[in-house]
Each structure stands twice: as structure tokens, then as C-alpha cells.
Design a protein around this ligand. Structure first.
Ligand code: SF4
Length: 462
């Protein structure tokens, strides 16, 4: 494989040689936190480690190299990571040669990288989101020079050609762009992943083709705001065009994409989805709040009216398309009236799935400085109210699927009462279970829905 020139050949060969001379190769363990983008990055980290001749370990205790790929989006995620890093101290005491690395969004936050090395002196490497390609060099320096690595650097470059170790199963995540330019006032992404930059379409198409050849059945195109894909590229391309190119590829696969920003979703994109059966009928469209005042303070650049207009268009152009969204509860300054507008909008749209979050202040963001913090007790009460509402709507949306036919892609099975039960998602992203055989894992199966539970459907093979 041709590796990006910044990816040190010398370092790769050194670790390869080391692994050849040992009775057993160095074993690695990568733990991912947070969003799909992080999981996609972890597949590249694992790809590089395999290229160096290392082998995947079943757990942290039998590893020689441990990498935590962290998430900085929520405060609770930070706390969890710190707890998990702390727990590695005992392992390091038993195995002095153990190499521990921490990377990902969290370490790009101001003061965090330094703080990790100070608080956990046994950590060997702390490196930023754009420096994954340098992992071989970092490991080389830790082994040969006993160096402590502390390197975070946001830049606008994209490093193509890194090897990828895909996760087991039929789903393949392919980043189409990195970073974000939107600066929503609560979000750290533009600060920890840098400004928005798109991959050249030919690199994306090559990766999709490779995934299809590896028998991947679901291609998940990833970006913080896929709807603005293509900005800054020389070629005349946008997300709708890219999606069309992917949909035209030959093979038995389907396509999903994450995440759409309501302000950038175009009619052209809806047309492309409507005319291509390979593109799943499910759109995740983060709303965040149903109040114009709160949306303005969040710097979301759309109003509830515009959002509802877009939903109407989706419903008209893509009948049967399921919808999901994200909501933040307790944004600074949010009043009961604002919250009620969110509830009202949710009742109107009827999302099949809703991801609900309590507002958490992130360092360095504009919302960190906003006054009028909603008391925690109130936030939690509103949150419970929202969860209750969505449980009812979600259950209704699940019931509505009874009698419908679905194309399900089972990604695993379980044994239940002596029977094999396949589990997977349908086109509209509902979780579907049905009785079948082990050989049906990773194979599209047509199923008729006979029962609905609160969060899943039960069906029979047609
Ligand atoms: S669109 Fe807003 S919420 Fe999404 S990653 Fe960009 S800044 Fe964050």
C-alpha cells in the first residue's frame, strides 16, 4: 500500500521488524468514544497498527499498545475517559513496556492534553485529531527514545492513503469531509476538528468501491454537515452530486448519510434520494430547539418555520421516509415557552427517533459565556417530559410499521428459546428482529412486520 509521505516509512518498518523478531506480535486495543467520525478514525488507527504488523487484542489487559480515541462533545464523556485512563495505571505498573496513547477531540480542547500528561504520568502519547497519520512515528519515538509525545495541531490538510481496518459486519463508514464551519454556539467541533474541508470525490468513490468489493452492504457517508460537501474543491461538486455518483456504483448495497444541517439541505438532494432506491429512506435532521429565540442564540441559522417547511418537502418528496433529530434541553436563557415550542414542533413532525441531550457547557464555545443558566432541576424535569412525549410518538411510529414490508440487513443473530433470531435495521432505520438462520447475517432479507415493540419491530421472512 502506498502510504502518505508524512507517515514515516522508517517508523513503520522498525515496528514491522520488531514484530517479526518477537514470538508474538505486539497486541493493540483501540477504544472509541463519541460519534461515528471517531469510530471511522479508529478504523484508520487500527489499519496503521496492522500495517506495522501488530495484532488486535481481545481486551485491554492483554494489550501492548492501548489507544483511547476520545470525544469532547459532552462533559460526561470527558469524565468517563478520565476514569478509564486512570484505570490503566495498574496495567502499566505490571507491564512497564505498555504503550498508552490518548487522541481524539477531547485532547484538542484547551489545556486538556497537558492536563492528561500531568494527571496520568504513565500515558506515553497524546495527539490530536489531524495527526493519526503520525502514529507510527509516535510509537517509534516512544520505543526507541522513550519520548513522551504531546502533539496537537489543527490544520486544513487531509491525509489520504491511510490503511483502514474495517469493523466486522456489513456496515462501512466513510468520511467524506472533516471539520465544521458552522460554529453553533454550544459545539466544540470547529475548535477540535478544525475548519470544514472535503475529500476529493475520486478518493471517496475509490473507498466505496473497495468496501463493496469487501462485501460491505451499507455505506455510511460521514461528515459534520454533509450538505455542505464540496465547498472549496476545484471540481464542480456538491453532496447531491456525490450521492448520485455513489448510488450509480454497481453492487448489492445501500447508502446512508450523517449528518445533515437543515440550513443546507437542498431540493436537488431530495430529488437524488427520491430517484435512487439504494439511498435509505431515513433522514436525520438535527433540530436542537423549536424556539426561534433559542435557535438564534444557538447560531443555527434557520427558524422553526424554515425547518417545518423542509420537513413538509421531505414528507411530500419521500413518502414513508422516517425522520430523526437531536434536541438540546436547557440551553442558556431557554424559557418554559421556548421549551413548549419544542414540544409542539415534535408533536407536529412526529420523529421516529429522537436523541435528547441536557445542555452541557463546553469550554471555548460561545455558549459557555451565555448568562441565564437554566437550573439543573428544571432541565431534568423538562428532559423527562420530552422523553415521555417521544416514547409515545416513537411507539406510535413503530406501530404504524405493522403490516409493511421491509428490506432488513441483519448484522448479528441471537439464540432465543432454541431459535435463531436475526437482528438488523431496515431502510427506515427501525430495528427489526425475525426468525431465520445464521447464514442470513449480512444478507438483505425481505420481512413483513407483524408486531411492534417500543423500540423494535418483529417480522416474518416473506
Ligand atoms: S453543525 Fe453545529 S453542531 Fe454540527 S458539528 Fe458543526 S458546529 Fe457542531
Amino acid at each position: 500500500m502506498e502510504i502518505n509521505s508524512e507517515c514515516s516509512k522508517e517508523a513503520i518498518e522498525f515496528v514491522q521488524e520488531l514484530n517479526h523478531t518477537k514470538r508474538e506480535p505486539l497486541k493493540y486495543f483501540v477504544r472509541s468514544y463519541g460519534c461515528q467520525q471517531n469510530f471511522a478514525d479508529s478504523e484508520r488507527i487500527a489499519g496503521l497498527l496492522e500495517l506495522m504488523g501488530c495484532a488486535e487484542a481481545a481486551n485491554v489487559t492483554e494489550s501492548d499498545i492501548i489507544i483511547f480515541n476520545t470525544c469532547g462533545v459532552r462533559h460526561t464523556a470527558n469524565e468517563r475517559v478520565f476514569g478509564n485512563i486512570g484505570a490503566l495505571k495498574l496495567l502499566k505498573r505490571k507491564n512497564k513496556a505498555l504503550i498508552i496513547g490518548v487522541c481524539g477531540c477531547m485532547v484538542e480542547q484547551q489545556g486538556v492534553a497537558d492536563g492528561i500528561l500531568k494527571r496520568f504520568s504513565f500515558v506515553n502519547m497524546v495527539f490530536g485529531t489531524n495527526l493519526i497519520h503520525m502514529l507510527p512515528e509516535f510509537i517509534f519515538r516512544v520505543i526507541t527514545k522513550k519520548e513522551k509525545i504531546l502533539q496537537t495541531k489543527l490544520n486544513d490538510e487531509i491525509f489520504e492513503g491511510l490503511p483502514v481496518k474495517r469493523s466486522v459486519g456489513p456496515i462501512c463508514q466513510i468520511p467524506i469531509m472533516y471539520g465544521c464551519d458552522n460554529f453553533c454556539s454550544y459545539c466544540v467541533v470547529p475548535y477540535v476538528r478544525g475548519r470544514e474541508r472535503s475529500r476529493e470525490p475520486e478518493h471517496i468513490i475509490a473507498e466505496v468501491k473497495e468496501a463493496i468489493a469487501q462485501n460491505k452492504k451499507e455505506i455510511l457517508l460521514l461528515g459534520q454537515n454533509v450538505n455542505s460537501y464540496g465547498k472549496g474543491l476545484a471540481e464542480d461538486i456538491n453532496f447531491a452530486k456525490l450521492l448520485q455518483m455513489v448510488a450509480e456504483l454497481k453492487g448489492d448495497f445501500r447508502i446512508r448519510f450523517l449528518t445533515s444541517h437543515p440550513k443546507d439541505m437542498s431540493d436537488e438532494l431530495l430529488e437524488v434520494i427520491a430517484k435512487n432506491k439504494k439511498i435509505c429512506r431515513h433522514i436525520h435532521l438535527p433540530l436542537q430547539s423549536g424556539s426561534n429565540e433559542v435557535l438564534k442564540n444557538m447560531n443555527r441559522n434557520y427558524t422553526r418555520e424554515k425547518y417545518l417547511e423542509l420537513i413538509d418537502k421531505i414528507k411530500a418528496k419521500l413518502p414513508g421516509c422516517s425522520l430523526s433529530s437531536d434536541i438540546i434541553v436547557g440551553f442558556p436563557g431557554e424559557t418554559r415557552q421556548d421549551f413548549e415550542q419544542t414540544l409542539e414542533l415534535i408533536k407536529q413532525v412526529e420523529f421516529a427517533f429522537l436523541f435528547m441531550f441536557l445542555f452541557s457547557k463546553r469550554p471555548g464555545t460561545a455558549a459557555e459565556k451565555l448568562p441565564d443558566i437554566v437550573p439543573n432541576s428544571l432541565k431534568k424535569a423538562w428532559f423527562a417530559e420530552l422523553v415521555k412525549l417521544q416514547e409515545e410518538i416513537g411507539a406510535k411510529k413503530h406501530r404504524e410499521q405493522i403490516g409493511k414490508e421491509k428490506l432488513v440487513l441483519p448484522d448479528h443473530f441471537k439464540a432465543e428459546n432454541g431459535k435463531i433470531v436475526l437482528v438488523g435495521k431496515c431502510d427506515q432505520n427501525f430495528l427489526v428482529e425475525f426468525e431465520g438462520t445464521e447464514s442470513m447475517v449480512n444478507e438483505f432479507t425481505r420481512v413483513k412486520i407483524t408486531k411492534a415493540h417500543r423500540r423494535s419491530l418483529w417480522g416474518q421472512i416473506i
